[in-house]
Structures are given as C-alpha cells and as structure tokens.
Design a protein around this ligand. Sequence first.
Ligand SMILES: [Zn+2]
Ligand SMILES: [Zn+2]
Length: 110
Amino acid sequence: MPYLSKRKVGNPNKIEQKEAVSRHNNKWSKYYQNRQWKLLRDYYMQLHPICADCAIEGRSVPADECHHVRPFSEGATEEEKIQLLLDPDNLVALCRTCHMKRHGYLNHSK
Ligand SMILES: [Zn+2]
Ligand SMILES: [Zn+2]
C-alpha cells in the first residue's frame, strides 16, 4: 500500500487551529469564573430546575445548564458583557441536549 505512507504528513495548520480554540476558551473562561455569575447561575437553576425547551413540548426534564439568550460575548464593552452575563432576564435553564441544539451543535436532519 504505497498511498498510506504518503498521506502521513504533519499538518501545521491543524495545530494552529487547536491553539486558537483554546485561546478562545480562555478568553471567556474568566466570565464563567465570575463569582457573581456562579451565584446567579446556582440561584437561577434552583428557581428553574426544569428545561424550558423540553417544558414547551410537554416534557419534564431536569435542567443542567444556563443559557444566555443573547450571548454576553455580543456586549460591545466590558460593562455590557458583564451586564448580559448577569442579567436574569437573559437566561434560560436548559437540559444539555436542548442547550446544544440552541447552539446548533446538534443538527437533527430528519
Ligand atoms: Zn431540554
Ligand atoms: Zn448557551
């Protein structure tokens, strides 16, 4: 099989992409480490223990995660980002599956 050895060439672009992703995550992780956010999230999840999207479909599924309806990354300034991050009206409690759907990670093509 002469093809196989030829294809085993290192791809430097791939490594660069990986680093970019982790840098991106670090950029937002400081917001998720925010003490007020953690408190708000815990509080919100206690008030809304059921997934909102599942509830609309008549299912009662425990919520796992807090989703920002308007991504706080859209805030033009640092203050605006924090405002979006800590705005209870901007939150919705979702189960993991619905959360991924909202972010488009799951495409249910049926
Ligand atoms: Zn759900
Ligand atoms: Zn989300």
